[in-house]
Design a protein around this ligand. Structure first.
Ligand SMILES: C[S@@+](CC[C@H](N)C(=O)[O-])C[C@H]1O[C@@H](n2cnc3c(N)ncnc32)[C@H](O)[C@@H]1O
Length: 432
């Protein structure tokens, strides 16, 4: 049987106690039921790590392994509950519970099976059984049903969400995949993710809402806003390349009345679904142009202050990512003061974070693998990619958002006139 070092368990217990003491002191001084939205990210990480370490320590390695192995059934129960609208039909959080007999009649599915699915969801705190066979939603189920916040989670457990389980089969057949879209998703659907969205306006609109919904667990809007203010970029054109529904521009626009936000995307459906509900005050400030980022940026009569790629490059394998970046360069040449902003994950280097803290970023990396054969990148990988696209591109700043996965704002500049300066220097020397 496997044995473990007792000191590591003791260390985990001592660390957990230390964090629990801090938590108890904080909550005693400021009692709140909504601690999760006020806790600072560093304390949150420390507490999560302590809780995780202690849970690992009190379980045997076999139990720990099985937690991961059987995790797929947690996903499956949620998937079934969403697909069959079980969670729509049980009682609301804090309201009257509904019996599984009633739910099963409404949705026309076996009560026994509905009951068993709900039981596993209850074990995962998604729903609550208030009396035998009577159910109501808990917070996670309410989030799942939220039209914006729940959209991304809905997509991941929806008809476009089951591909990660075939990563192993795909790599067995294609041991060295290098091309974007040579991936489990395309293999199963016979079309790329973007093609599937183009053919399905409802799924496209849901995806657009999902992107926005994810903003509840990261801090892209405040970080971009701060960048614009700090750098005095409050007038001109801000291009959101591959901007989808333009939700980020809609949130930024009210604070920057002299900036025109130009949203470009190949799929106009996400924007169409959103723009109909845009407040009239923003109609002048937000524009949409159908545009493929595989073609060069069009010239702009008004100075461009920044070009944004938010969650674009992580959808593409290196060769395509390089082509996409190269199409930004002409706009940087025409607008020498413009910044190229990449808002994407920046994976930590080995040892920079605890492995447990990397979990969400690594899950996203495998999302990119299964949907696109694309990837998340570390700072060194971003630097290499940019250099390969154009020697003059350099990272001048990386601001971590501190939230979901490893989201960061990478500021890139095109080094100015470097060659010409060298040539001038040589000419000067020759003259002397
Ligand atoms: C992951 S989403 C990110 C959307 C948005 N930037 C955000 O952060 O919410 C990627 C976007 O790239 C768009 N896209 C895919 N292929 C494209 C292409 N060839 N040209 C322009 N946009 C494209 C998709 O329609 C989608 O809106």
């Amino acid at each position: 049987m496997l044995t473990r070092n007792p000191t590591s368990i003791l260390t985990a217990a001592l660390t957990a106690r230390e964090h629990l003491d801090i938590l108890i002191t904080t909550l005693t001084a400021n009692p709140t039921t909504d601690y999760s939205s006020t806790i600072d990210p560093t304390t949150k990480r420390a507490i999560l790590k302590a809780a995780r370490d202690i849970s690992r320590a009190v379980q045997t390695p076999v139990e720990n392994l099985f937690e991961t192995v059987f995790g797929i059934y947690d996903w499956a129960a949620l998937q079934a509950a969403v697909k069959l609208e079980i969670i729509n039909h049980i009682g609301p959080m804090g309201g009257d519970a509904v019996s599984d007999e009633e739910v099963s009649k409404k949705i026309g599915k076996s009560q026994d099976h509905v009951h068993r699915i709900l039981k596993l969801l209850a074990a995962n705190d998604v729903v609550e059984e208030t009396a035998p066979g009577c159910w109501r939603r808990r917070e996670m189920a309410e989030v799942m049903l939220h039209p914006v916040v729940g959209s991304f989670a809905g997509g991941m457990v929806g008809r476009l969400g089951h591909f990660p389980t075939t990563i192993g089969n795909w790599l067995e057949e294609n041991p060295y995949p290098t091309k974007t879209f040579d991936c489990p998703f395309t293999r199963a659907m016979g079309a790329t993710f973007w093609e599937v969205l183009s053919a399905d306006p409802e799924e496209a609109a849901r995806f657009g809402r999902g992107m926005e919904g994810l903003s509840n667990i990261d801090a892209s809007v405040p970080v971009i806003k701060e960048w614009l203010i700090k750098n005095g970029r409050t007038e001109g054109v801000f291009r959101d390349v591959g901007g989808g529904s333009g939700w980020i521009d809609e949130r930024l626009a009210p604070d920057f009345p002299d900036i025109t936000f130009e949203i470009q995307d190949i799929n106009p459906q996400q924007w169409a679904a959103r723009s109909s509900s845009l407040p009239p005050s923003l109609h002048r400030q937000l524009t949409f142009t159908p545009h493929s980022f595989f073609t060069p940026q069009p010239p702009s009569p008004t100075p461009v202050i920044a070009l944004l790629h938010r969650w674009i490059l992580h959808d593409w394998a290196n060769t395509d990512a390089i082509a996409i970046i190269r199409n930004i360069v002409p706009a940087l040449e025409q607008n020498p003061d413009a910044a190229y902003l990449i808002n994407d994950n920046v994976l930590p280097d080995l040892g920079e974070w605890e492995p447990f803290e990397e979990r969400s970023a690594r899950q996203f990396d495998l999302v990119m693998m299964s949907y696109f054969n694309a990837k998340e990148r570390s700072r060194a990988m971003w630097e290499r990619l940019l250099r390969e696209a154009d020697e003059r591109l350099e990272i001048v700043g990386v601001t971590r958002e501190g939230g979901m996965a490893a989201m960061a704002l990478i500021e890139v500049r095109l080094r100015k006139e470097e060659v010409k300066e060298e040539v001038k220097e040589e000419a000067k020397e020759a003259k002397e």
